[in-house]
Structure formats: structure tokens, C-alpha cells
Design a protein around this ligand. Sequence first.
Ligand code: GLU
Length: 495
Amino acid sequence: MVRVRYAPSPTGSPHVGNIRTALFNYLLARKTGGQFVVRIEDTDRAREVHGALDDILESLRWLGMTWDEGPEVGGPFAPYFQSERTEIYREHAQMLLEAGRAYKCFCTSDVLDEMREYQRINKLPTGYDRRCRNLSAEQVQSNIVAGMPFVVRLAMPLEGTTVFEDAVRGKVEYENKLVDDQVLMKSDGWPTYHLANVVDDHLQEITHVIRGEEWIASTPKHMVLYEAFGWPPPVFAHAPVIKGPDGSKLSKRHGDTRCLDYREKGFLGSAVANFIALIGWSPKDDREVLSLHEMAQAFAIEGLQPSPGVFDIQKLQWMNGVHIRALSPDDLYHTVQEFDSRTQDEEYLVQPEREILRKAFAELPRGYVTQALVLEQERVKLLGEFAAACEFFFTEDFSFDDAAAAKWREKGHVPRLFDGLITRLQDRESLTHDECEALVGEVSDAVGLEKRAEAIHPIRLALTGRTKGPGLFDLMALLGPARMGERLARTKSRF
Ligand code: GLU
């Protein structure tokens, strides 16, 4: 049974790179029928950020990841907050001390600073010089009696190498003497990440650890811990780093912002999940657009690539457009409405068209609003674009491209064309797409136009205020005869 975990520290709202490791673990669990555990690694109390936990869970939910064990749902290996498990870590540190695999270190921060300075000046490798490792039992005892604070450090083997098989990059080897004697318990009695993480992965029966490459240097320490406890280690897979399109480290400028910021900007969770999974993973066929379910079916650790993945915001936008197009009319209506009522995105909120959209949701028939959204669905890449794109469906006060209208003036046929249409629209209740097409043909002929475009462009302009948009006969059918008649009459003099 595969058991994987996402083990975030609540030190901030998860960014793209971080949530990607959650996704890989989730996909492996769903692929194999295993379990996906969420464990909150909140042992660094000083770095904890208020609201981070909510953002972590909300990010998972938004991308569609459900967890089988963890916060809110509990599970057989509770608690899933490390801050509620400190007694367990203390016991395990004690076991290591008794086995001689860890030791108490009394070095104060002043001593450590001095040590670092000395190493720097003499160009020595930095790290703890293990000076407390050889304190006699008496010295340790007298320090404790004297009330000196101490940390517990891992006693790394001083010879040989630590080797592990990484499922992404193959055999990884570290020379033991170059690995620091990692602090496992701090002087305040709280464990560090390394101890708590290994103890919990074992006790919670985690079988595979997929995490970011930045943790690879910690893995030899973890391997030594597994060996010291006599536990079999899980399979490790370190996912490649993410880079910007120019090959540099991923930064805010490149899009490395809070995962939830993408929701604010009008991206769909399904598109973001699809996009970030493909940074460093491939389904090994040429598919690029996949739902979460399809990705889970295709997922294999072997599909993770060792080379850095590239974060390309243009590709994300393209992909978002594809996912928007895949929404059913009902889902589209709900998604846009939900986006509009939730987003706090400044750029979106200041748009005047946004008020018009809100009013449309509140006051216009649902079928009409849905159809308007559907007609713009092809062209929109971000949910926030619907407000401006659909404006002319919802108000008579839409912006009008006067310059484009003026260009028709010298031809002189437009007012006659509109008059012909207005007359024919008068007694109509509704028109289908085909009826609109026939009507435009009939009036063009009556006016004696050579090219159909000489009718289509001015009509589009009169009805929508712009030169581009959805198919003319579709939008005519949706606007209906009364609205069309009014708009043609109102704008006739501009042509
Ligand atoms: N708590 C660590 C983090 O914040 C977990 C790293 C791991 O997966 O081992 O990313």
C-alpha cells in the first residue's frame, strides 16, 4: 500500500514549487489506490505565520486535491500536527542518546559564531566542529547540573559514505565526514525538522517521499537516522527545481507567487494543476492538456525528470484558455460568478465592466447570461476578461469604436442597410442563428451590396461597439430583435 504525504510548514502561503510536490504525491496516491496524508510540520514556532494553514488547505482544495488523513479529516495516525507530537520526538531523541547515535551539545550561539568566523578566516569547511561529541559522561553531567542549556545533535558516522537510490536521479552518495552533526532537538525541547520528519514518516508508515530537490542534502542525515533507529527508509524522489524561462532561479517576477494568487488573477484550479504538474513531469506521451484524474491515471515516478523544469507564464495562460473552453455552460456560469464575487484582484475590481457583469448576474435571466459567456468562451484566457468581453450583452451603455464607424461613412450605404433591418425586425419576437443569417443576406441584396462583409462589419459594430467578437449571427440571435432594432437605430448616424 502506497502512503505518501505532503508535509508543509505553516510559514507562509504555499508557492507554486511547494504545492507541486503536494501534487506529485497526490497523483502517486491516486494512481496506486494508496493514501495521501497531509501533515503539518509546525515545530518552528518562531517562523509560523498566521493564516498559513488556511492557505495551505485552501490551495489543496482549489487544485482539487483531497487528502485521506490530516487536518480536518483526522485518521489512524493522528495527530497530524507536529506541535501535538512533541513527546514522541523527545522519546526518540532519548533513544538515540542512549544508543550513542546522538549527543548533547552545550555550545552557545556565541561559541558557534566564533567557530564560524574561525572557519571563514582559515577557509575551512563550515559546520559544527563536533567539539561536544567527545565530552565525558561526567562533563555532560556537570554541565547539566550547572543548568547549561543544550541541544541534541546527530552523531554522523565519521567515515565512509551514505548512499541512497533516488527514484529520480539514481544513486546519490555523500561522504559522511562532510555532513554536519545536525541538531535534532533544540534547547527549548522542540525537535527540528529532521528528527520530526523522519520519526513521523516512519510512524505514519509513509512509503514514498516525493519532495523538492532543495531537500536532497538533508537526505543523508535522514538515512543515518533511519539506520540508527533500525527502520527501513521510504523511497525518496527529489523533484527537479523550477526555473524561469531565461534559465535563472524562479522568482516572483517569473511567477513564483502564492498559489492562490493565480486564483485571484482568474486562473482555474484545473489549469494550474495541469500546468505545474508538467513542470518536471511528463506523462510520456504527447498530451499536454490533462485533468487531475487523467494525470493521476498517467502518473509514475519514472516520469519525473532530473533536469530543471521551466515555469512559462505564457504557457499557463494558454492552458487556462483551454481549460476555460472545456467548461460546460453551467460550470462556466458558476465559475465566472464565483470568481467575480470572490476575487480581490485590484486590476479586476477597478474595471467599470465589472459592475455591469455583477448586475447581469443579479438581474438578467440565467440562460441569457450563460449564453453570453458561452459566446465569449473561445477567446478568453482569464476569468476576469469575461466582464469586458461580454459588456455589450448586458448594457446599452457599452463603449463604441467611433473611428471604425467613421470609415464606413464615405460608402454611404450603412444607414439604408440599417433601416432595412430595422423594418424587418419590427414584428419579430425572436430569431435563430440561421434566420439572422438569412435576414442579413436579404437586406444586403435589397441595398445592392456586392460583398457580404459590407453588411457584417457595420452591423457588428452597431450591435457590439467593436470590430471583433463572437460570430455575428450567434450574437444577433442572443441579443434578439428588440435590442438589435434599438441599437441599429441609435448608432445609424455614426456611419
Ligand atoms: N516541512 C518541510 C517543508 O516545509 C517538508 C520537507 C519534506 O517533504 O521532507 O517543505
